[in-house]
Design a protein around this ligand. Structure first.
Ligand code: HEC
Ligand code: HEC
Length: 406
């Protein structure tokens, strides 16, 4: 018999240090130049010296009450089977103080070498923690080589491989890579790498306090930086789209999905059936890879045949909130969901990495031959995956007081 293991989201590792801080409502940060008598400006010609005149960002955080990231009630359809897919490692469960530190780091532009770009610049809460642009803009105005990925439900990515091409092993490894990227945030080895980030954060007075709360030591460390950011990303669980609210009312029937969802239009329900039925039963077979109810990708999924002869194996972020964006796939090549559906209907290309789920019995790329109404219905269904609660959730919002004049 299986033994029920505690969910990492049920950690009781609550920080005990919070009582020490009383009446701390607004924390101002000191600038890195502690020696106020030094009027020296950073040398613009010297690209390897990060500027030292850091913006003074005021944090709006009540240290008397810890934001709740762990005891949030998930709906019943996020059941044992779903929770078992959570990729939080045993040594880094999501804790309230850890995710809260991660939130501050996620929104802090000082994680980029010239203090202009934060994680949130390319992962905006209003766009499912993705980017509306086809390619995102980095710290010096350069563009990223791939389309930004939405971050909701990244914790349900079994196999835990990160990035479109799965090159990072897990979230802990992934979250510090953009900081060191030469286009994204600029702390390259020449600019001092993560060591320079740690040295910078140490000079900002609230970070030692937040590290103390999260990890029991006021020392700012690279490991703490990585763990806190990973916790914050893992806490971005999407459970409240229209799909979720409907699906919660109709349990799976005999292991299969129901034939329709309450409150859905006829078109949305047609799209739901196409999404969940295999091609040999008149469906489009989408959920063989984009799995209900998290819409995270099956870890065994291979490529979806965007380009002929493709050898790389890609992943997809969860399809939750996919409809709020306007660029789709790793290179953002499709501008509408209808273009995506048209591709799956008739455009899949042959190649060594193409997944068998997208081929005909003979091995050639699958041709669904859906009607225009069926393709519209699939789009209508994808639009029910928009989770406005996640976009409005204060726990994931910018904790800094807006600066006058931007
Ligand atoms: C300049 C834009 C930019 C910035 C800044 C940025 N990202 Fe990203 N992020 C991207 C792009 C683009 C991708 C996809 C890159 C790829 O696959 O090659 C991505 C991918 C990711 C992924 C992978 C998701 C998955 O499901 O595999 C995570 C997690 C992530 N970013 C978190 C962060 C965090 C945390 C920060 C801040 C430390 C950050 N990003 C900063 C643009 C950015
Ligand atoms: C074999 C597994 C597989 C099947 C089946 C599949 N997909 Fe995908 N899907 C993927 C992969 C892999 C990607 C990412 C490809 C890339 O960007 O290189 C993707 C990407 C997407 C995206 C874009 C996600 C984003 O964030 O840009 C959408 C939308 C999508 N699929 C919808 C569907 C629909 C609708 C169906 C059914 C008609 C379907 N998929 C069937 C594997 C699959």
């Amino acid at each position: 018999m299986s033994i029920e293991r505690p969910s990492p989201h049920r950690s009781d590792a609550r920080p005990s240090a919070i009582v020490v801080f009383t009446l701390t409502l607004l924390l101002t940060s000191a600038t890195a130049c502690s020696d106020a008598e030094s009027p020296l400006e950073p040398n613009d010609d010297d690209a390897v010296t990060p500027p030292t005149n850091l913006p003074n960002l005021i944090l709006r955080l009540d240290l008397n009450s810890v934001t709740d990231y762990t005891a949030v009630a998930w709906p019943a359809h996020y059941d044992q089977n779903v929770r078992a897919r959570d990729n939080a490692p045993n040594d880094n469960p999501v804790t309230n103080a850890g995710a809260e530190l991660g939130r501050v780091l996620f929104y802090d532009p000082r994680l980029s070498v010239n203090s202009t770009i934060s994680c949130a610049s390319c992962h905006a809460q209003s766009v499912g923690f993705g980017d509306d642009r086809r390619f995102s803009v980095g710290f010096e105005g350069g563009e990223t080589g791939a389309h930004s990925m939405r971050l909701g439900n990244a914790n349900f990515y079994e196999g835990d491989e990160m990035f479109w091409d799965r090159r990072a092993d897990d979230l802990e490894e992934q979250v510090v890579l953009p900081i060191q990227d030469g286009v994204e945030m600029g702390f390259t080895p020449a600019a001092g790498g993560l060591g320079a980030v740690v040295a910078r954060l140490e000079t900002i007075d609230y970070y030692p306090v937040l590290f103390q709360r999260a990890f029991g030591s006021s020392q700012v460390t690279e490991q703490g930086l990585s763990r806190a950011l990973a916790q914050f990303v893992r806490a971005m669980v999407s459970t409240d789209s229209r799909f979720d609210r409907a699906f919660a009312q109709v349990p799976m029937q005999g292991g299969g999905p129901p034939t329709g969802l309450p409150g859905f239009t006829a078109e949305e329900n047609l799209g739901f059936r196409l999404f969940t039925r295999p091609p040999n039963q008149g469906g489009a077979g989408c959920d063989a890879c984009h799995r209900l109810p998290t819409f995270a990708l099956d870890p065994n999924s291979r490529s979806n045949g965007l380009d002929e002869g493709e050898t790389r194996i890609f992943k997809s972020p969860s399809l939750k909130n996919v409809a709020v964006g306007s660029a789709f796939m790793h290179d953002g090549r499709f501008r509408t969901l209808r273009e995506v559906v048209d591709f799956y209907d008739g455009g899949i290309q042959p190649g060594p990495a193409l997944d068998r789920r997208l081929t005909e019995p003979g091995g050639q790329p699958m041709r669904l031959g859906l009607s225009a109404a069926e393709r519209d219905a699939l789009v209508a269904f994808l639009e029910t995956l928009t989770d406005e609660s996640l976009a409005a959730d204060d726990r994931f919002s910018d904790p800094f007081v807006p600066q006058p004049g931007g």
